[in-house]
Design a protein around this ligand. Structure first.
Ligand SMILES: C[S@@+](CC[C@H](N)C(=O)[O-])C[C@H]1O[C@@H](n2cnc3c(N)ncnc32)[C@H](O)[C@@H]1O
Length: 272
């Protein structure tokens, strides 16, 4: 048995590959750790390691804010109305998707990067085993490892149209405002910044305003289609931005904006 463990350790440390051709990016490796699938730099430097935890302190803290949280304000319908089906088209590390699932939404999270997708799938399967509200929420969270533009751009493939489409594009690199303060996450600010750097290395790309605009335009088309072909009177597109960033497109302007300390959540509505 000991021999098997040694062998699997060896396999884990041999699983090294360059994930990003960007300048300054080193090798990353995946390890199966007791806390879950983890990605970390391969050079042994003690900086950053990502294990997705869908029941993290920062997610639970946001859920505790209930309807008072920024995401909840932008996404949730009036109290008493049925909970929406949300498409999170920039799944990332699943924090927003799981927050919405814990608040009671059905969520489909799209993530186009297969490595990030693997971390998400691993986190979901651990959350399902936790039992209680975390497992119930994880059961409401579906993960699709694919580029959301394919699904949004092919209306015939959409069996159940979303009530809300949520976008949280990458922030431009070097922007002072970080989307996550680290407060309540159990990590200091420096560690959160290192995690953000590691995510950029993993995803291998930074902000891409042209792609973001395309994603938004497709999302608005699907929202309009939802209003035109179903009984729905409104469908929402919700976009997270850094606090002082311009809106994702020049026109139309958001119908409402909800501001936090470092981020803003813009809501667009397609009405009948
Ligand atoms: C800033 S992160 C999102 C963070 C996420 N909201 C969270 O709570 O962890 C952006 C993510 O969107 C993904 N992404 C960007 N464009 C996408 C697309 N067209 N389809 C699917 N995923 C996309 C990127 O790979 C990246 O992981």
């Amino acid at each position: 048995m000991k021999k098997m463990d040694d062998e699997s350790d060896e396999v884990a440390t041999r699983t090294r590959f360059v994930l990003s051709p960007r300048r300054g990016c080193g090798l990353l490796r995946f390890e199966q750790r007791p806390e879950g699938l983890t990605v970390l730099p391969d050079d042994g430097k003690a900086f950053g390691a990502i294990t997705v935890d869908l029941a993290s302190a920062s997610i639970l803290r946001r859920v505790q804010q209930g309807r008072g949280g920024l995401l909840a304000k932008a996404v949730l319908p009036a109290a008493g109305a049925p909970m929406p089906l949300v498409w999170d088209v920039t799944g990332g590390l699943g924090r927003d998707a799981m927050t919405l699932a814990l608040l009671g939404c059905e969520v489909v999270a799209f993530e186009r990067n297969p490595f990030v997708g693997m971390l998400l799938l691993d986190a979901r399967s651990r959350a399902l085993k936790e039992g209680g509200v975390v497992a119930e929420a994880a059961a409401r969270l579906q993960i699709r490892i694919e580029d959301a533009r394919s699904a949004l751009g092919d209306p015939s493939s959409i069996e159940e149209p979303p009530d809300v489409i949520y976008l949280d594009p990458m922030f431009p690199e070097g922007k002072k405002s970080s989307k996550s303060s680290g407060k309540g996450s159990g990590k200091g600010k420096a560690a959160v910044k290192k995690d953000a750097m590691l995510l950029r290395m993993l995803v291998g790309e930074g902000a891409d305003p042209v792609q973001d605009e395309e994603l938004f335009t497709l999302a608005m088309q699907v929202a309009k289609m939802q209003v035109a072909t179903n009984q729905a009177t409104t469908a929402r597109v919700v976009v997270k931005r850094s606090l002082r960033a311009p809106a994702i497109v020049e026109s139309p302007p958001p119908q409402a904006s909800f501001k936090g300390k470092s981020v803003r959540v813009d809501r667009y509505r397609s009405s009948s």
